[in-house]
Design a protein around this ligand. Structure first.
Ligand SMILES: [Zn+2]
Length: 266
């Protein structure tokens, strides 16, 4: 009995630390999010002298690969992106992705949420999802004649700290602490059709509002999670924001749509 009480106390302490850590992580980029709210994402991005760093794939290589397919997970800040490195795409959509993106490698990673989704969709054991996602990535690598690289948890950011989800037309965006952009998931509209991108944006919301993310409580209508169109010009910005508005989700007004125009490195 006494032992049980001690364990309960320890669990409660662990939970408190966990909540405290989330609050600290959330607060870290609040200054950026306040500016985005006040100025609008487009105006905010225009003030960033190092914006192009986020679009410089040579600065975000995995080993020697500049165009390695990595998950949409914001804890990975390398290469180009697709949920589970394309494991959720149909064979036809994957083929298109490969043709447009021209990747030079394909990765898998520890703790992949897309792997869990794949297992659920195919009646496979979720506890083996990392292994299954890794094997799928290896098979895809073989099919397309690409090297495969597994990314261990030690090589990733520890926690989900995404404040936004980038809906990216450039196919080049990465989280970059020098750029001034907030941490975000990457949905690569440059390489995938609207339907696949809407599905991935939905996954991003489920992750960030779920147990592995910040949860819903820290967000509000006044301080929302943002899905940000990352466009080449004004027309594309408007088009992509209209696409994003088609996303159906259960999170109400704690999700908002915004966007900006990307800047490529010289
Ligand atoms: Zn993943």
């Amino acid at each position: 009995m006494e032992r049980e009480t001690m364990m309960q106390k320890e669990n409660a302490a662990g939970h408190e630390n966990h909540e405290q850590r989330k609050k600290e992580d959330f607060a870290r980029e609040q200054g950026i999010m306040d500016k985005i709210k006040t100025e609008g994402f487009k105006n905010y991005a225009e003030t960033l002298p190092n914006l192009a760093e986020s679009f410089d794939l040579s600065k975000h290589q995995l080993d020697d690969f500049e165009h390695c397919i990595c998950c949409m997970d914001g804890r990975l800040d390398k290469g180009i992106h697709s949920a589970g490195s394309t494991i959720l795409l149909s064979p036809a959509d994957r083929k298109t992705y490969m043709q447009v993106a021209q990747p030079d490698a394909i990765s898998s990673h520890d703790g992949c949420g897309a792997g869990k989704i794949y297992c659920r969709a195919h009646g496979l054991p979720e506890e083996n999802s990392d292994q299954i996602a890794r094997e799928l990535a290896e098979e895809i690598a073989k099919e397309y004649g690409l090297p495969h690289r597994h990314i261990s948890a030690a090589e990733m950011k520890k926690n989900h700290v995404e404040r936004v989800c980038y809906w990216d037309a450039s196919g080049r965006i990465n989280n970059d602490s020098d750029s001034g952009l907030p941490n975000g998931f990457v949905v690569s509209r440059g390489f995938m059709n609207k339907e696949n991108c809407l599905a991935e944006a939905g996954v991003a919301l489920d992750i960030i509002f779920g147990d592995h993310g910040f949860g819903r409580e820290l967000f509000s209508a006044d301080n929302p999670f943002i899905i940000a169109a990352v466009a080449g010009d004004e027309n594309q910005l408007a088009e992509m924001q209209a696409e994003i508005s088609e996303l159906k989700h259960p999170y109400g007004d704690i999700v908002k749509i915004d966007g900006f125009i990307f800047k490529l490195p010289e």
